[in-house]
Design a protein around this ligand. Structure first.
Ligand SMILES: *Cc1c(COP(=O)(O)O)cnc(C)c1O
Length: 225
C-alpha cells in the first residue's frame, strides 16, 4: 500500500507549481497532519469549527489553516484569530460577522465567495447577481477588515466529465466578471478554489489556483470514528 506521503508527493508533482494544494484533513488525527507537516507541507483544510480549533491548538503555529466548510456565524469569533483563508463565505450576514470579529482582533481576514455551480440541491453558495448587489452596497464598502481573495465552488458529484468541466468554466467566468467589474486594481483578488479528489485534474485545466484534496492523499474517510 502506498503511504500518505507517497500519495501527497504524487499529487503535488501532478499539478502545476503555481496551483496551491490545500490538504483536506477533516476526520484525520493531528498526527496524520504532522507527518505531512514534517515533509514541508503547510496548508490544511478543515470543515468543522470544533475540529479545526482542537487541531490548531495541537499543531505548529505556522500551519496555514483553511476553513472550507459552511461556517456558522456563532463560530466566527473562534476561527478568525488564526485562520488563513475562509473558503465558504455564502451570505452577507456571515461577511458582516467576519468583519466585526476581525475588527476585534485587529486583523484583515481573507475570504473567498462561494458560488453555487452544481446541479445539486444540497450545496451552499451565492448566485452572481446577489454578489454584485453586495459588492455595490455601502454596507460592503464599509467593511474594512475583509479581504475578498476570490471565489470558491464545488462541482456536481458525477462521472460526467463534460458537466464538471462546464461548471468549472462557469466559476472561472464568474471570477473574470467580478475581477473586471470590482477588483481590477486589487492584486489580492486572484484565487479560484475549485477541484477535489475526483475532479481536480479538470479544475486545474479550467484555471483553478487552489485545489482542496483529501481522500486521494489519506484514503477514504471513516466518519464512524
Ligand atoms: C471534504 C472536502 C474536500 C475534499 O474532498 P476529497 O474528495 O476527499 O478530496 C474539498 N472541499 C470541500 C469543501 C470539502 O468539504
Amino acid at each position: 500500500m502506498k503511504s500518505t506521503i507517497d500519495n501527497y508527493k504524487e499529487i503535488r508533482n501532478s499539478i502545476p507549481e503555481s496551483v496551491n494544494l490545500v490538504i483536506v484533513s477533516k476526520t484525520h488525527p493531528s498526527e496524520a497532519i504532522k507527518e505531512l507537516y514534517d515533509v514541508g507541507h503547510r496548508a490544511f483544510g478543515e470543515n468543522k469549527s470544533q475540529e479545526i480549533l482542537i487541531k490548531q491548538q495541537e499543531l505548529p503555529l505556522d500551519i496555514e489553516w483553511h476553513f472550507i466548510g459552511h461556517l456558522q456565524r456563532n463560530k466566527v469569533r473562534q476561527i478568525v484569530p488564526f485562520v488563513h483563508l475562509i473558503h465558504g463565505v455564502d451570505s452577507l450576514r456571515l461577511l458582516k460577522e467576519i468583519n466585526k470579529q476581525s475588527i476585534r482582533f485587529e486583523k484583515k481576514t481573507n475570504c473567498l465567495l462561494q458560488f453555487f455551480i452544481a446541479d445539486e440541491e444540497t450545496k451552499f453558495g451565492f448566485e452572481l447577481d446577489e454578489v454584485r448587489e453586495i459588492l455595490q452596497s455601502d454596507e460592503f464598502k464599509e467593511m474594512q477588515n475583509i479581504q475578498i481573495c476570490g471565489v470558491m465552488g464545488m462541482a456536481t458529484y458525477t462521472e460526467d466529465v463534460e458537466q464538471i468541466k462546464a461548471e468549472f468554466v462557469n466559476l472561472k467566468n464568474i471570477f473574470d466578471n467580478l475581477k473586471s467589474e470590482f477588483f481590477a486594481g486589487d492584486d489580492k483578488f486572484k484565487e479560484i478554489s475549485m477541484g477535489m479528489t475526483n475532479d481536480y485534474g479538470i479544475a486545474v485545466e479550467q484555471g483553478s489556483t487552489i485545489v482542496r484534496i483529501g481522500s486521494a492523499i489519506f484514503g477514504d474517510r471513516d466518519y464512524s470514528k
